[in-house]
Design a protein around this ligand. Structure first.
Ligand code: GLN
Length: 528
């Protein structure tokens, strides 16, 4: 029978609950149990796919083509597993399912209500996922903050699950902020209030994790224990530190697993974190600095590109380099081209993925400058498409060449809507999504990077390089070095160039701390 660890948040959002849930999962997994992780997002979207990264950070893509919340990415990286779209539950999915059942007549004769119907749907979905993974332990992170109206059915489901599964099979962790006043004094009152809020709903947390600038002192822990009604051993500190990958170690040093296993009535096994510690040591030992320009249009919110940042971190640990990221907003380049001179001071650049017209010309201008100055460039998805546009315009002399996404009337649609795509089907979950096979051309840079004939990487796009233009682009030095089964261009590079490499997919979604992405390794290697 699986055990469920519910993670709730208090005081404000954006506390790193995802990383904390992932860290708890890693600790449990490292004691030998089978773990899976669920993220609940109480918003009404069916999935994260239709949201801008400004709303909820990056849209993470799973192997099976789910467009999920970015926390699924944290779970995959910490647990070293691939999860499914099913691991991300939204209110939209729950209501959709309940309403579909109602129309099918599955509740005939009944008045369909939040309690029991919606809450039962939530509990059943959580239990189904636990079963699918044959999990011994499931972490269930409830997004948002306690007190949000839309989160209530999920908290009610968590409450009922203790009732139904038993005290020894459920554990509630409350993660909340302990702010520090300008005087330096750490305050626990906001956490006390959010625990009260939780208790009003009927949930008494078993553990409190205080997110703060520093460790809690004994007095603060004592207060949280007393007012939060949690034993002192159940009050933990989670200060902001240089890397989230150290959080599992931090919790472990404070006796988290011992306390958790006492509560869950599991034998007290100590997690084997040796490989994780090796990775942390590699991170700490990085010395050689490299400057990487990150060129995109959601640069004001770093969460927009979290998997890319993490993929760079993983690769950097294995290579012993320390990337310094220089964020360049492509929309700014469009109004002030002198910003491009910042590229002179970097060792290489990543042209970030994206959608739509805004900022695209800024990215194209940056690609031109980087290509002409022979700096290593990695283009991801939209970035790769714009590399093809730049080559078409400036090397093949195709004036006005563009992507149909940016200019549907362009004379030279070097990037065009993929034949399988139909915009009339709407925008939810209709892109080319998930893991797909890519065939690598021997003797190319792609071949040197991957070292195999075929690879699987995750996709999220509607447009592709237009096959009609490939021979023309190849005649000026471009090489298509990877293709999909349908013959879509998956990887492009420039012959005779050190590193000018564009990928139609997102290698960052497959990168793990203990198994870094070969593309990101190849890119960083090219900067040395
Ligand atoms: N907008 C482009 C497309 O739909 C690229 C998407 C992306 O960068 N993920 O094909």
């Amino acid at each position: 029978m699986p055990k469920y660890i519910f993670v709730t948040g208090g005081v404000l959002s954006g506390l790193g609950k995802g990383v904390i849930s992932a860290s708890i999962g890693l600790l449990v997994k490292s004691t030998g149990y089978r773990v899976t992780a669920i993220k609940i997002d109480p918003y009404l979207n069916i999935d994260a796919g239709t949201m801008s990264p400004y709303a909820h950070g990056e849209v993470f893509v799973t192997e099976d083509g789910g467009e999920t919340d970015m926390d699924i990415g944290h779970y995959e990286r910490f647990l070293h597993v691939n999860l499914s779209r099913r691991n991300n539950i939204t209110s939209g999915q729950i209501y959709y399912s309940v309403l579909t059942k109602e129309r099918r007549g599955e509740y005939l004769g009944q008045c369909v209500q939040f309690i029991p119907h919606v809450v039962n749907e939530i509990k059943n979905t959580i239990r189904d996922i636990a079963r699918e993974y044959s999990a011994d332990v499931v972490t269930v992170e409830i997004g948002g903050t306690v007190g949000d109206i839309e989160g209530l059915p999920f908290l009610e489901a968590a409450r009922q699950m203790r009732f139904e599964e038993g005290v020894k099979n459920t554990f509630y962790v409350h993660v909340a902020l302990a702010p520090i006043l300008p005087s330096g004094e750490l305050k626990t009152k906001p956490i006390q209030h959010s625990v009260q809020e939780l208790r009003k709903i009927g949930i008494q947390p078993d553990a409190i994790i205080a997110r703060s600038q520093k460790m809690l002192d004994e007095e603060a822990r004592g207060k949280l224990s007393l007012y939060g009604n949690v034993p002192i051993e159940g009050v933990f500190s989670c200060p902001y530190i240089d890397t989230p990958y150290k959080i599992p170690l931090l919790l472990q040093e404070q006796g988290f697993t011992k306390y958790l296993y006492e509560r869950l009535d599991l034998p007290n096994r100590s997690p084997d974190l040796s490989t994780w510690r090796d990775f942390i040591d590699k991170l700490d030992q990085r010395s050689r600095a490299v400057k990487v320009a990150m060129i995109g249009k959601y640069t004001k919110i770093r969460d927009s590109y979290v998997s890319i940042i993490e993929a760079l971190t993983h690769a950097s640990a294995w290579l012993g380099v320390k990337p310094q990221l220089e964020w360049i907003e492509s929309t700014d380049i469009e109004v002030d081209s002198s910003i491009l001179s910042r590229l002179e001071g970097v060792d290489g650049a990543i042209i970030l993925p994206g959608f739509g017209k805004r900022g695209a010309e800024g990215k194209i201008a940056a690609i031109k400058k980087l290509r002409e100055s022979s700096k290593p460039v990695l283009g991801i998805c939209f970035g790769m498409q714009l590399m093809a546009v730049e080559i078409a315009r400036n090397m093949a002399g195709l004036e006005g060449a563009n992507s149909q996404e940016l200019d549907p009337e362009t004379k030279h649609p070097v990037v065009a809507l993929a034949p399988s795509q139909d915009l009339k089907r709407g925008y939810g979950g209709t892109l080319i999504l998930g893991s797909r096979r890519i065939l690598i051309e021997p003797g190319t840079l792609a071949w040197r990077i991957y070292g195999t004939r075929e690879v699987y990487e995750r996709h999220r796009h509607r447009y592709i390089i237009n096959s009609k233009y490939i021979s023309m682009l190849e005649s000026v030095g471009l090489k298509v070095s990877g293709c999909s089964e349908e013959g879509y261009s998956e990887i492009i590079e420039l012959k005779e160039r050190v590193f000018f490499f564009g990928v139609q997919f997102h290698p960052e979604f497959n990168s793990k701390p203990l198994n870094p992405s070969k593309v990101y390794l190849g890119f960083l290697n090219a900067l040395l």
